[in-house]
Design a binder for this molecule. Sequence first.
Ligand code: FAD
Length: 440
Amino acid sequence: MQEDIEVDVVVAGAGAAGVMTALRASENPDIVVAVLEKSMTEGCNAGVSSGSLAAGGTRFQRAVGIEDSAQRHTDDILSNSGDERHRDLVVALCGVAADYVHWIADELGYPMDVGIDMARKGMSVPRLHADPARVGGGPLMTHLRKELADRPNVALLDEAPVTGLRVEDGRVVGVTGRQGGNDLVVSAGATVLATDGFAGNRALMQEFCAELGDPFHGGVSTATGDSIGWLRPLGVEFRNMSACLRHGQITLHGTRVNPALPWLGAVLVNRRGQRFVDEQAHGYSGLAGVIQAQPGGRAVMIWDAEAQQTAQHSEMMRESQQAGALQTAPDVAGLAEALRLDPRALASALTPLPGRRALVGPFHYAWLTHGVLTTQGGAAIDTRGHVLRPDGTTIPGLRAGGGVAVGLAGSDSSGYSSGNGLLSAFGMGWIIGNDLALGW
Ligand SMILES: Cc1cc2nc3c(=O)[nH]c(=O)nc-3n(C[C@H](O)[C@H](O)[C@H](O)COP(=O)(O)OP(=O)(O)OC[C@H]3O[C@@H](n4cnc5c(N)ncnc54)[C@H](O)[C@@H]3O)c2cc1C
């Protein structure tokens, strides 16, 4: 059976970008919004994320004396990525980050604070915001989706994959989809793509990211890059397609350890007992390539009780503990035995780098490998989320945000700054949704 639906705005995907777009657009009660979601059971990457929102100049930062601004946030991202081509996009996203963090906390009532315990490479001041109990992105997305589902001018359709774009005379006029055996034909004044990237699609990963081999995928299976197939025939430009949010701190159980560990003194040692990197020289995305190059593509991270005291306050450590990925050893001899390493080589590997503190037993450790969480390449967009062709013209009726669109890492995964993923998604959702609420 075919069901025809007519709305003002249709959003493909109820993850971070889609939900934020729909929440903001539906603030205008005269605008009717439909959101089609492939599968809430499978979930979105925002829902399995750590839910850490990067924002500069928030009231949470001010309350603990951190001086920050959208400008400083922009500078940090660009100095990590070197991607001057997307300066305007980074400026636009950083410019709204504090607004939506305040809105989520103050208007939508989701608890938030700034993570002074969340040190990250290239982040000149603490600016990741998360719920105080560090429960991760799941509860945040549940909270936002509930708010959306309660709105009288929003239809949130679950188990309803979008199957294509409807195009008439070069203008996108809605989408096609499926739900419960029905064909959906949705007509809309504005269509927003928020279906994320393609890390869950092996063929596309081979096409664009073959140099990563066949890495562990730490994201959700719904990230199959469906929009790429819809956008290619429209002549859309794709940028930075080989860049990913990689991770070099994935345990052999598929969980992650706290990315702050290197800043708490943790040491990395490979299977030969060698310390092969300054652990603070890379962000976790850049570290992935360094781990990939080690024997067997793995290394052991070692830390002590002092580091554990701070690092344990994270959903990643709780999940790793539960999975059995975290071990302890009383001293260097016990650690060497457990790791099957020469005790003298291990003792030398544990010698602190200049200016760093020495670890003190008992030790905590976890074997780590590398993986991909999400892709960071995607459709070229302007600062309002309009989708671009190579000649700079836009596709009428269409916008995109989050992982569908080009990310902020530049052309290489090592340019990814912590918090970029949700910044692209919530930030562009905020911008697009606000525009649509005003009828733009
Ligand atoms: C383990 C992990 C931890 C992370 N931690 C952080 C973090 O702390 N901070 C940060 O900034 N970033 C983090 N990220 C990255 C961040 O989660 C993503 O960049 C962000 O969620 C992308 O937002 P999105 O809206 O584009 O996609 P998603 O949040 O993945 O939402 C996309 C939605 O679209 C749906 N969809 C897909 N195809 C279709 C279709 N054909 N029709 C309808 N719906 C469809 C999906 O089911 C999904 O619900 C993390 C990622 C992972 C995997």
